[in-house]
Design a protein around this ligand. Sequence first.
Ligand code: SAM
Ligand code: 2KA
Ligand code: SF4
Ligand code: MG
Length: 206
Amino acid sequence: MVKSIFPTLQGEGYNTGRPAVFCRFSGCNLWNGRESGRSNAICGFCDTDFVGTDGEGGGRFESPATLAAAIHACWSFSSPAFVVFTGGEPTLQLDAALIGAVRENGAVLAIETNGTNPVPEGVDWICVSPKSGAPLRQRSGDEIKIAWPQSGLDLAELERLEFSHRFLQPIDGPDVDHNTAVTIATCRDRPAWQLSRQWHKVLGIP
Ligand SMILES: C[S@@+](CC[C@H](N)C(=O)[O-])C[C@H]1O[C@@H](n2cnc3c(N)ncnc32)[C@H](O)[C@@H]1O
Ligand SMILES: Nc1nc2[nH]cc(C(=O)O)c2c(=O)[nH]1
Ligand code: SF4
Ligand SMILES: [Mg+2]
């Protein structure tokens, strides 16, 4: 099930500013997506509506080929598409068949995952965003990008994992100004980490 498929610029982390097609899967294993469930959720600060299939380009796709075609229809250039799988939690649905179907057109594939499940082979860019209280099974990748601050996450321990780039991203919401100040201070204390801003929110793009 897919909540939405849309072209935009990657707004976060290492690939900030890069044109991309986002495929947002429905559903997550750390929150049911309903406001009433937020206080009991393992991940309680999520900024995303990933319930159902009612977003732009969303739906139930009958095969990997039809979903791949819908994704590629959002990329109107001759250069290979840059496709970001997100959600919700994309590892609950992204499998070898879909990876194969999307790659067939020479696309570069990226994933935004909470790391609770290993990412399948064939994804070119892995961004892991660990969540306090959830198991971390995908322990290597291209970038680790932590919504910050989160008590219960140990940055010294996370620095030892094999990621090429490390980001802290202020948690958006009612405390965003405070969280931004805390995140700036944490980066200044621990230079292994770089600040990630959610630029799509600043720019008013999806
Ligand atoms: C909506 S999640 C979907 C992918 C996956 N479930 C995950 O958590 O990585 C995409 C990214 O947004 C981050 N994020 C979610 N809510 C946020 C918030 N309120 N402020 C800042 N970043 C947030 C996540 O940590 C993750 O890096
Ligand atoms: N522009 C843009 N960049 C993003 N990077 C990660 C996002 C996500 O929700 O996974 C996201 C998003 O929702 N929009
Ligand atoms: S794990 Fe990701 S999609 Fe799930 S609730 Fe947390 S931020 Fe949202
Ligand atoms: Mg988002």
